[in-house]
Design a protein around this ligand. Structure first.
Ligand SMILES: *Cc1c(COP(=O)(O)O)cnc(C)c1O
Length: 349
C-alpha cells in the first residue's frame, strides 16, 4: 500500500521549517533569541524553560516507547489527541474535495475538526448494538475518502469495537484508519497499537488525559508506520510539546503503579455504579462499559440532567446525539462522588 498516494500534494512537496533546537541543543546557545540569563519563574520548579524544548521530545518519547514496547520512530506526540486529529485531517484531506467517515454516535471532535478544515464528513452509523458496520463502511468509501475515524472504546457508547472487524477493514481499504483508544486503559484489552507496526495505514491514538490523570497537561500521542509519523513531524508546529509537558510525562512514567491503582479503583467503582443503575427500574437501559464512564437511558433526560445540576452534580446530556436519544453519560468519580450522584439520581427517578 502506497501511503504517499493518500497524502495531500502540498504536504508531500512541503519544505518544512527548520527550528534552532532541531540542529543544536548544547553549547553556547545564542541561536534562538532566548533569555540566556534564566526565567522569571522559580528556577528549581520550572525545568529550564528559558530554552525552547526539544522538537523531537527524545527523552519523553523513549520513555513512552519503552512503556508501550513500540519503537520511538513509530510514535508522535500532540497537544492532546485533539491536535493529532487535526494534523491527520490536514495531512490527508484536501479541503472541499476529500472526505472522512465517522460512525455515530461517537466523539464529536472528529466532525468538528473536519468542519474546521472544510472536509466533508460521511456518517456511517454504528449498528444497533453500537459496533461497526463493515459492509456499510465499505459501501460508503469512495475515491475521495481518506480517513475512517473509529473510537474504541467508543465515546459515548462506552464499548470496545470489534478488533477483527477493524483489522479486516484496515487490510481491505486503501484509506487511513484512525482508531482513538483514549479509554483503552479501562478496557482490560491491549488494543490495536501493536498492529500499527504491521498495517501501514493504521493510526492508533492514545492520551494521558484519562487514566493517567493528566488532562490539564494536554498530551496525546499516536502510533503509526514510520512513513506516517515522519509526515506528522514534517508539518507539526516546531515546539508543540512544551518542556513542562515532556517533564510531566517523563515523571508519570516513573509512577506507573499509581496509574494502575487508579484504574483498579475506577473499575471497582464502575462495577458498583453499573449495578446500582441496573437495579433502578426507571432506567430504560444501562450500556456495558469498557471505559471510565457509563451511559444510561431515561425517559426524561433533560429533567434528570437539570435536577442533578441543581444539586451541583454535573453529568453529560448526550440525548441530542445521533441514534442516542434519551441517554445521559456519567463519569466514574470517587466513591463519595458516585454515592452522591446515585442518591440524587434515585431521588429524581
Ligand atoms: C477524552 C477523549 C480524548 C482525549 O483528548 P485529549 O485531547 O487527549 O485530552 C480523545 N478521544 C476521545 C474519544 C475522548 O473522549
Amino acid at each position: 500500500m502506497n501511503i504517499e498516494k493518500l497524502v495531500r500534494k502540498n504536504i508531500l512537496e512541503l519544505k518544512p521549517y527548520t527550528s534552532a533546537r532541531q540542529s543544536h541543543s548544547e553549547g553556547i546557545l545564542l541561536d534562538a533569541n532566548e533569555n540566556s540569563f534564566g526565567t522569571v519563574l522559580p528556577e528549581e520548579d520550572f525545568w529550564g524553560v528559558n530554552r525552547y524544548p526539544d522538537p523531537y521530545q527524545k527523552i519523553m518519547r523513549e520513555g513512552v516507547s519503552k512503556f508501550l514496547n513500540i519503537p520511538v520512530e513509530n510514535l508522535f506526540f500532540g497537544v492532546g489527541s485533539d491536535e493529532i486529529i487535526d494534523l491527520a485531517i490536514r495531512i490527508f484531506c484536501q479541503p472541499s474535495i476529500d472526505n472522512a467517515i465517522v460512525c455515530e454516535p461517537t466523539y464529536g471532535m472528529y466532525k468538528v475538526a473536519c468542519d474546521i478544515n472544510q472536509v466533508e464528513v460521511i456518517n456511517v452509523p454504528l449498528t444497533n448494538d453500537f459496533n461497526i458496520d463493515i459492509n456499510a463502511i465499505e459501501k460508503a468509501v469512495n475515491e475521495r475518502t481518506k480517513i475512517l475515524f473509529l473510537c474504541s472504546p467508543n465515546n459515548p457508547t462506552a464499548n470496545l469495537l470489534d478488533k477483527e472487524k477493524i483489522l479486516e477493514l484496515t487490510k481491505k481499504l486503501n484509506i487511513i484508519v484512525l482508531v482513538d483508544e483514549a479509554y483503552i486503559d479501562f478496557a482490560q484489552n491491549e488494543g490495536l497499537i501493536k498492529y500499527t507496526l504491521e498495517f501501514p495505514n493504521l493510526i492508533v491514538m492514545r492520551t494521558f488525559s484519562k487514566a493517567w490523570g493528566m488532562a490539564g497537561v494536554r498530551c496525546g500521542f499516536c502510533a503509526a508506520s514510520k512513513e506516517i509519523i515522519n509526515i506528522f513531524f514534517k508539518i507539526k508546529l516546531p515546539y508543540n510539546i512544551s518542556k513542562l509537558t515532556a517533564e510531566a510525562v517523563t515523571l508519570a512514567l516513573q509512577n506507573i503503579d499509581k496509574r494502575n491503582e487508579y484504574i483498579r479503583m475506577i473499575l471497582k467503582e464502575r462495577e458498583r455504579v453499573y449495578s446500582s443503575l441496573k437495579s433502578n427500574k426507571k432506567i430504560l437501559n444501562v450500556l456495558h462499559s469498557d471505559s471510565n464512564f457509563i451511559s444510561f437511558k431515561v425517559e426524561n433526560p433533560k429533567e434528570v440532567y437539570n435536577y442533578l445540576e441543581k444539586n451541583r452534580i454535573i453529568i453529560r446530556d448526550r440525548s441530542n446525539q445521533f441514534n442516542f436519544a434519551g441517554y445521559l453519560r456519567v463519569t466514574i468519580g470517587t466513591p463519595e462522588e458516585n454515592n452522591l450522584f446515585l442518591e440524587k439520581l434515585n431521588e429524581i427517578l
